[in-house]
Write a protein that binds this ligand. Structure first.
Ligand code: GLV
Ligand code: MG
Length: 332
């Protein structure tokens, strides 16, 4: 049955905070986040079978204004009908400055069924926009029979105002699963003299987004969110893409967007630890456990290096990422 706006009308259900969260997708890997226009049935069908960790069906900038409303039922039907494997499955709705946001959420979340994990909200500028989305989701979940808190939120930071408010945005709802940098819209918002989003600017001696990457990363980590880098628009430049991915990977980001299947392959590799790193992380844990539990020491030599409690924490991060990427410890 299609959910209509008139289905809402029980004031007692409209208040209260979310107790359970979108549990399925919260900790799933998002090394590769594939963007698929919600207006293209062909690309949606193809995308379902690609090895991306996360897929989002776009109703925002990849869809022309006159196609937006007709794309909603296509997207909801594709979520219900296709086999998406265990990918994180998301729909990007339009931002709150448009006339579409609420109706995107009502029609898509209301009709997509339980396989939809989350929605992505672009151009987030304030915590209030996240709270409004959270409250609307709650109503739609109730009206369509989904568990309350089933749908998570991914928030895009892509304006100057959004970056200023990123800390309160990241803390605005327990539904938040990721915070994402949108370099193309951000460059426009900052009036940077660039015409291609998400690529290096050779004239600038350094990384013109370094501060932005770090500010978003800190806000996300402080609130337990996954942190994702946005698109790289030279989609045929695989070497340039690989090189660019290493920036946010090195800072600590969990993954990045893909606009093309070839980018998915690169991302799954770049955002996974190597087998050597994974094995080394395990060896550090073993050596540290032996030192602290067996010998009662807090710091111990591991090869040429001194390791301590902080080394254990770093190693654990490699192990959880490696396990999410399907790595297993080598037998030696
Ligand atoms: C993504 O939405 C971007 O604007 O870069
Ligand atoms: Mg954008």
């Amino acid at each position: 049955m299609l959910v209509q706006i008139s289905d809402f009308g029980v004031p007692a259900l409209l208040t209260g905070s979310v107790k359970t969260m979108s549990v399925r997708s919260r900790d799933l890997p998002r090394r590769s986040c594939l963007s698929i226009p919600g207006s293209s049935e062909k690309m949606i069908n193809k995308g379902a079978g690609l090895p991306a960790d996360m897929v989002f069906l776009d109703l925002e900038d990849a869809v022309a204004p006159k196609e937006k409303e007709s794309s909603r039922p296509r997207v909801a039907e594709a979520i219900r009908a296709l086999d998406w494997g265990d990918k994180v499955l998301c729909v990007r709705v339009n931002d709150w400055s448009t006339k579409w946001t609420a109706y995107d959420i009502i029609e898509v979340v209301g009709n997509a069924g339980p396989r939809l994990d989350e929605i992505m909200l672009p151009k987030v500028e304030s915590a209030a926009q996240i709270v409004a989305t959270d409250m609307l989701l709650r109503q739609v979940e109730i009206a369509s029979g989904l568990p309350i808190g089933h749908i998570g939120i991914e928030a895009q930071i892509e304006t100057a105002r959004g970056l200023i408010n990123v800390e309160e945005i990241c803390a605005a709802s327990p539904r938040l699963e990721t915070i994402i940098f949108g370099p193309a819209d951000f460059a426009a918002s900052m009036e940077m003299p660039v015409l291609t989003g998400g690529v290096q600017i050779p004239d600038y001696p350094g990384d013109h987004f370094h501060y932005v990457f770090n500010k978003i990363l800190m806000a996300g980590r402080a609130n337990g969110l996954q942190v994702i880098d946005g698109p790289y628009l030279y989609i045929r430049d695989t070497d340039g893409f690989r090189d660019y991915c290493k920036r946010t990977r090195t800072l600590g980001y969990d993954g990045k967007w893909a606009l093309h299947p070839d980018q998915v392959t690169v991302l799954n590799e770049v955002f996974s630890p190597t087998q050597e790193q994974f094995d080394r992380a395990w060896a550090i844990l073993d050596a540290y456990a032996h030192a602290t539990e067996g010998e009662g020491k807090g710091a111990v030599m591991f090869g040429d290096e001194m390791i301590d409690e902080a080394s254990r924490k770093m190693a654990l991060k490699f192990i959880s990422r490696g396990e999410r990427a399907g790595l297993q410890r080598s037998s030696n």
